[in-house]
Design a protein around this ligand. Structure first.
Ligand code: F3S
Length: 111
């Protein structure tokens, strides 16, 4: 699988290119309030790598290249999909979290 790590800017460029729609946002729930980012479902990812190319902040890493301090993000992703099973492609757009203005600016500059 590929893993989204700390620099995640939550702009969803990765989700737009994923062929199996396995990238989903932080749920709008209190326990996730301080962690707005996107998560790759390790069981659904087909390792195409398109998300890595699309990410404007280089936050996505193949699992085998994770450095020690970032291994926790794989655990976070596993926990996310265990606790928040996402059903079908509509789930992403329905749940998309609005971006803060600074994130939109960063995407505009990079893209
Ligand atoms: Fe999707 Fe990225 Fe995996 S585009 S299939 S999450 S490598």
């Amino acid at each position: 699988t590929f893993v989204i790590t700390a620099p995640c800017c939550n702009d969803a460029s990765c989700a737009a290119v994923c062929p199996v729609n396995c990238i989903h946002p932080t749920p709008d729930e209190p326990e996730f309030a301080t962690a707005d980012m996107l998560y790759i479902d390790p069981d659904s990812c087909v390792d195409c790598g398109l998300c890595l190319v699309a990410c404007p902040v280089s936050a996505i890493v193949p699992e085998h290249q994770l450095v020690e301090r970032d291994r926790r993000f794989l655990e976070v992703s596993v926990d996310y999909y265990r606790d928040h099973r996402v059903d079908g492609p509509a789930a992403f757009t329905d749940d998309l979290i609005p971006l803060p203005p600074d994130h939109q600016m960063r995407v505009a500059i990079v893209g």
